[in-house]
Design a binder for this molecule. Structure first.
Ligand code: RIB
Ligand code: CA
Length: 306
């Protein structure tokens, strides 16, 4: 019996690979994709989600576009990481499918039935809007697995990770919602680097493999330059992998609070690993990962696509 998931994303190289991992995994059924502004503007992240599904031959999976900016702040994209298209590297076909005629916040509420896992891999604007517009969802959304946040260093600022910094108010609302949430943050995603050798293993495996290899060729450039990494963390794919196999990432049940009014730390996920704050635990936070097993899963599943 497979687990139904809905992804809310901002493709984005690693979002695209996460979508493909979900499609390649018999443990999961990807019942819908919603998009939000983040890595690039909403029009681009939506087009990129349609392109990714098309390349995998899965334009049957519905896509709904959502927020084109954060709840209360200006949009700050990441062209320096993902390029002007948001999926720089491969040649991008014109998608034949179009998004459904519904806002992501409403479409998410429609898709979320008991047992469906929500996997956001972007700023949480759509998820916060869904909870505002459809409070009844709380009664049937059993689990959120979010790629975002960090226990230690941020990436877009020294204090904050991009998806959390992208909409701190939205992240704060989701962590305060009482819905069980697993946070897959930079502390674990940076431990598993997708290398050129992994890309080369996929390059001739088919249309999807070539697409992923060319995405990786571009995505690695930022990480080599900025972190001197020999490879790139495929952040969002680790959130999907956690639904496939929860033994890959070790988590701790702790309190996570999100900073929303600081000069230097806006968007920081304040993770209370030792319980010193007295705040009730409200999340399962990734503290370690079996990197080789995760990467083997990712590469082998992507290689299985046409
Ligand atoms: O910080 C990494 C996260 O921000 C990933 O989800 C990446 O796609 C960007 O959205
Ligand atoms: Ca993302």
């Amino acid at each position: 019996m497979s687990t139904k998931i809905v992804m809310d994303c901002d493709p984005g190289h690693d979002d695209a690979m996460a979508i493909l991992l979900a499609l390649a995994s018999p443990e999961l059924e990807l019942v819908g994709v919603t998009t939000v502004a983040g890595n690039q503007t909403l029009d681009k992240t939506t087009r990129n989600a349609l392109i990714t599904l098309e390349i995998a031959g899965r334009s049957d999976v519905p896509v709904a576009a959502g927020a084109d900016r954060p709840l209360r702040r200006e949009l700050r994209t990441a062209a320096h990481v993902h390029g002007e298209t948001g999926l720089d590297g491969p040649e991008l076909p014109e998608p034949s499918a179009a998004p459904v005629d519904a806002h992501a916040a409403d479409f998410l509420a429609e898709l979320i039935e008991p047992g469906v896992v929500l996997v956001p891999t972007a700023p949480l604007t759509n998820v916060a809007l869904m909870l505002e517009r459809h409070p009844d969802v709380r009664g049937r959304l059993a689990h959120i697995v979010w790629m975002g946040g960090s226990i230690a260093e941020g990436n877009v600022t020294p204090a904050a990770e991009f998806n959390s910094f992208g909409d701190p108010e939205a992240a704060a609302a989701v962590f305060a919602s009482g819905i069980p949430i697993t946070m897959i943050g930079l502390d674990v995603t940076h431990k598993a680097l997708f290398t050129r050798a992994d890309a080369d293993e996929l390059r001739d495996s088919g249309r999807v493999g070539r697409f992923v290899a060319e995405l990786s060729d571009f995505f690695q450039l930022f990480h080599e330059r900025s972190y001197r990494f020999d490879g790139a963390p495929i952040h969002d794919a680790m959130a999907v992998a956690h639904v496939i196999d929860p033994t890959l990432v070790t988590t701790e049940h702790v309190n996570v609070a999100v900073e929303t009014s600081s000069e230097y730390c806006d968007g920081r996920t304040v993770v209370d690993l030792r319980g010193v704050s007295g705040r009730e635990p409200n999340a399962d936070v990734g503290v370690d990962v079996d990197a080789p097993r995760f990467l083997d899963l990712l590469v082998s599943r992507l290689a299985s696509l046409p």
